[in-house]
Write a protein that binds this ligand. Sequence first.
Ligand code: GRF
Length: 207
Amino acid sequence: MGSYRIAVFASGRGSNFQALVDAMANGSLGGEISVLVCDKPQAPVVERARKAGIDCFLFQPKDYASREDYEQEIAAELSKRGIDLIVLAGYMRLLTSVLVEPYSGRMINIHPSLLPSFTGKDAIGQALAYGVKMTGITVHFVDGGMDTGPVIAQHAVEILEGDDEASLSERIHTAEQQLYPEVVSWFTEGRITLNGRNVAIAAPVKR
Ligand code: GRF
């Protein structure tokens, strides 16, 4: 059996991408990041991929007539590489059925709130504005909706007296960088089963 092959999609800073790269380097990811797919060729995440020696599939949506058009090119690239899992890590675009359908059950996202609260953009700002005392992060399967797919893992982050967007974001990002590589390793170890909206995580096999 060949190695488990992962494509990461990202548009920005890439701190989650970096955490996945670091986990791959220390052997805890259990798979290989084959390619970074990025819709912003100038984004810092691209430089992180270059430094790590990971191939990049870069494109600019404005060069295409439709989302479906560029997603078809991405789909061809992924199938050429035999990708097992798509990991969205701050990819700031909604996906169409061109990618969502063939990768159903094999595409995951990380979102900075305890879903189903605070979907969409600026989830951290939304939580602060609402005044909740507890927020957090969610890793979930991607379906056709906005942050609506089955939940795989969540981690709560308390909102402290005096928190602002910067301080809360920092604690949320730290939690993300720990949780996301761990969840990806559950996939590479074949421990995840999806049953309707319910996700079961099998215990690790002792060696
Ligand atoms: C993260 O907060 C993630 O939850 C959201 O986008 C952000 C990406 O940050 N989907 P980074 O680019 O990984 O630093």
